[in-house]
Ligand binder design. Structure first.
Ligand code: PLP
Length: 472
């Protein structure tokens, strides 16, 4: 369901009509404290804009004009480090007892705007931006697993994530067990064992658009008291907010729809603050155990945001995939138009998938919004019938058919990326999935004639004309 429908539109926001008469913070009709005034007599921006609609929060949430001379657009904070106020302040910041920034590998003001904005849109408590989606997935899971541990993942996931799990995670001694039929309870039960420390899934996998029943997977995770990590890259929080469906942690390649411009990589981890670390049957030592220095555990010190603090301070800060302030700026600027872009993406994708499905040179279309798609009912329940704008078309003629098709496209860019404003197309079998065995490709449904489409926001008529020309 779209964000707009889920979040009631705020009523007229007229601070001057609600001006507090006493010193106590006045509450408006949404139960929010009235904005505080700064020394210039201006309302201080709120961080989370709780209670406001999705489109309002995508523009405003996370901003602060502290130290910015009132600049309306949060400036790019190009700095590696931050001056401490005093000897004791430095000690306090390092111990976590004092607020304040330390070093941009851990936190940066430009990154913080994006972090608060994304946490607001996903409905999480805290988020952490990193240099790429792959870095977000790695850090999110590294906070949960140690060498010798395992995690369970649905089998249909982004090919790069599958490669990451099978190569780098394996080299670190962390194993993955795949569930191929995510509706098969027995398979989940077979794969989950005592050393399973996390469950990983994606809301809308690509290229097959074989959407996942998130509520079902969340019930499996909750039954086993295992944190559920969900990659929400392709749906974006505009389409679905996994935390509302029982996920505990959300990750993004914010390179994609959140940014929308295709100009810079970034990744995000969002902590819902909902997992009961103390009540879990399995061990999460990074979160629940004291540090070697004797410092109290993250759970003791930070309660519901313990996971986010551990991921930021003990994983991202260790490994170092910090997002540059410039890329952070591009990210929070991009988010401002998310809902507007998503509406156009979804409408174009629906139109084009339906058009392709009837084309004589098309063998099949993998888009769960088509009425005869196997997951159509789920697409209606979770996505109002419009499951994103990344899906597959299998053209007639196998690999040669795909070659002719891709070589003729003009409005669609032939490239590897998804989720920015322009339409893109790619042949997975010879690119993203080329390192997989033929058997695995077949099992994943990557046929020789399959082409992945990421439908952009151009005029649908021009996109269809381009596809028609290429298919002829
Ligand atoms: C669903 C999904 N997750 C993660 C990633 C990795 O993101 P990045 O390319 O920003 O590292 C991608 C990239 O295509 C993706 O599609």
């Amino acid at each position: 369901m779209s964000g707009e429908r889920e979040h009631p539109e705020p009523e007229q926001n007229a601070p001057e009509q609600n001006a507090p008469e006493q010193n106590e913070p006045e509450q408006n009709e949404r139960g929010q404290n009235e904005p505080e005034q700064n020394e210039r007599g201006q309302n201080e921006p709120e961080y989370d804009w709780a209670g406001y609609g999705f489109a309002t929060r995508q523009v405003h949430a996370g901003e602060t004009d502290q130290h910015t001379s009132g600049a309306r657009i949060p400036p790019i904070a190009m700095t590696a480090g931050y001056r401490f106020d005093s000897f004791d302040d430095a000690r306090g910041r390092f111990s976590g007892e004092a607020d304040g920034l330390i070093y941009s590998r851990q936190r940066n003001p430009s990154g913080a705007v994006a972090e608060r904005r994304i946490a607001s849109l996903e409905g999480g408590l805290e988020s952490i931006v990193v240099a790429s989606g792959q870095a977000a997935i790695t850090a999110a899971l590294f906070a949960l697993v140690s060498s010798g541990d395992r995690f369970v993942s649905t089998a249909s996931i982004y090919s790069g994530t599958r490669i990451l799990f099978g190569r780098s995670f394996a080299r670190m001694g962390v194993g993955v067990d795949y569930v191929w039929n995510d509706a098969d309870e027995a398979e989940w039960e077979r794969q989950i064992g005592p050393s399973t420390k996390a469950i990983f899934t994606e809301t809308i996998p690509n290229p097959k658009n074989d959407i996942v029943d998130l509520d079902y997977v969340a019930r499996v995770a909750a039954r086993h008291k295992i944190p559920l990590v969900v990659d929400n890259t392709i749906a974006s929080p505009y389409l679905i907010r996994p935390l509302e469906h029982g996920a505990n942690i959300v990750v993004h390649s914010s390179t994609k729809f959140l940014s929308g411009h295709g100009a810079a990589l970034s990744g995000t981890i969002v902590d819902g603050g909902t997992f009961d670390w103390a009540g879990a049957d399995r061990a999460y030592p990074l979160i629940t155990e004291p540090a070697p220095s004797g410092a109290r555990s993250y759970l003791d010190r930070f309660g519901p945001t313990a996971y986010a603090r551990a991921a930021r301070e003990a994983v991202v800060n260790d490994i170092g995939p910090a997002l540059s302030p410039f890329n952070s700026f591009l990210l929070h600027q991009g988010i401002e138009t998310l809902s507007v872009r998503m509406r156009q993406h979804l409408e174009n994708a629906e139109t084009i998938a339906a058009w392709l499905a009837t084309h004589e040179n098309v063998e099949s279309v993998d888009y769960s919004g088509l009425p005869d798609a196997p997951r159509y009912e789920l697409a209606r329940t979770l996505y109002d019938g419009r499951p994103g704008s990344v899906f597959a078309v299998t053209v007639k003629g196998g690999e040669n058919g795909a070659r002719r098709f891709l070589n003729r496209l003009r409005v669609f860019s032939h490239m590897t990326n998804i989720g920015d404003v322009r339409s893109m197309a790619l042949h997975p079998a010879t690119t993203t999935h080329s390192s997989f065995s033929a058997e695995l490709r077949e099992r994943l449904g990557i046929a020789p004639g399959l082409v992945r489409l990421s439908v952009g926001i151009e005029d649908a008529g021009d996109l269809i004309a381009d596809l028609e020309w290429a298919l002829r």
